[in-house]
Design a protein around this ligand. Sequence first.
Ligand SMILES: Cc1cc2nc3c(=O)[nH]c(=O)nc-3n(C[C@H](O)[C@H](O)[C@H](O)COP(=O)(O)OP(=O)(O)OC[C@H]3O[C@@H](n4cnc5c(N)ncnc54)[C@H](O)[C@@H]3O)c2cc1C
Length: 416
Amino acid sequence: MPNALNLDGIALTTEQGQWRRAAEQVARDVLAPHAADVDRYGEFPHEGITAVREAKLLGLMVPESLGGPGGSIVTGMLVTEALAKGCASTAMCYAMHQSTVPLICSLVDDDQAERFVDPILSGEWLGAFAMSEPGSGNRIWHMDSHAVEEDGGFLIDSFKSFATSSGHADFYLVPVRANADVGPTDLSLFVIDGKDEHIEPKGVWDGMGLRGNSSRPVHFNGCRVPREHRLGEPTAGFSFMMAYALPIYLVGLSACYLGIAQAAFDAAVAHVKGRIHSDTGRSLATVETVQRYVGEMKVRIDQARAAVLRVAQMSDNATVLFDEFRESELLDEIVRENPDDPYFVELAALKVMAAETAVAVSHMAIQVCGGVAYRRGHVTERCYRDARAGSLMAPSDDTLKVIMGNQLLGTPQPWA
Ligand SMILES: Cc1cc2nc3c(=O)[nH]c(=O)nc-3n(C[C@H](O)[C@H](O)[C@H](O)COP(=O)(O)OP(=O)(O)OC[C@H]3O[C@@H](n4cnc5c(N)ncnc54)[C@H](O)[C@@H]3O)c2cc1C
């Protein structure tokens, strides 16, 4: 039931309002006070993640059938945006964790649910999603590394070029080719325990922005993974990733960039109201050019929020469809070659739009704040650097535009 709690004109259900308020409280009380140091020193946001664990946000998307609260993609989006307003690094760790949850939940059997889902639900497990490989880069549907079957399980030797929460995650979800003889999209999905001593995070993450999220490379250097840590059928990984990870992944990233835009806007508004020039005796808020920028930022943010919400709702609807075909080969057909369905185009367009919005809004926010915002440590300059990751994270915005073009023009996708 919608209630009166209102988010910029969007009516939330009571449950959505409760999750949103919980995330806002975490962002206000814990994330925001640590955000500057997390950024300055490139520190993993331990305090923030602990608060996220304690607020039970890590298990939000575990479905009711597995004992969870059954949070929708819309609810996930509301939570991620709220966290990103406090600290984008923490929100990105959260968004990548969240991207693993529906996928794991869609594939686990009863034993695996106890082993993997219960600790996510209790808040004990934060996940990383290690997809990107040095060879294929942002083309994350293509893996070069593969699993080797051996007695009782699999040997995984896979170098991943980036993984948010690398070295800090309690588990890694790792897609690789099912074996050496299959194609680059015939993927198996493995849950690898974060304590495995053959996991080797490489170097120090020293990013331009999102400096706390430890997105450094990680080498699964001969991990011996028990059979029961493989999810689903040997080569089902690609279609399940497209159906159950891509929607929450792209909506989650978009929510994160929306939160960054909102944080830049809020900081800019506070600054211009308080900045008074001695010659005029008036605040920057009375300057028409500044007023116009504020209006333009608001338009961009509202457009992005409406788009994120709409595509999040579409994604929740799409999940119902994917569930219907989960057990059949039709799932693969739907996600690989369904040129008449605009859903994946909308999803791709959303991430491009949200990333562009965050860069544009934080750029304008710096503009109205002036030289003080060019100094390291101002919220708007941090937002600008955080936002810049948006168009690069996989699939990069350029790749997404090509994929959209393929779908709209009926030309083959790179994975077909
Ligand atoms: C902050 C951050 C966090 C990340 N977290 C994760 C994570 O948790 N898990 C994970 O798996 N990965 C993660 N990544 C990696 C990310 O998702 C991309 O895979 C990575 O940024 C690709 O970088 P690359 O240098 O290999 O790009 P490349 O693949 O070499 O691409 C470089 C550029 O070439 C252009 N380009 C390449 N291919 C095409 C194409 N087909 N069509 C059009 N243009 C193209 C684009 O402009 C692209 O930006 C993260 C990256 C960052 C920056």
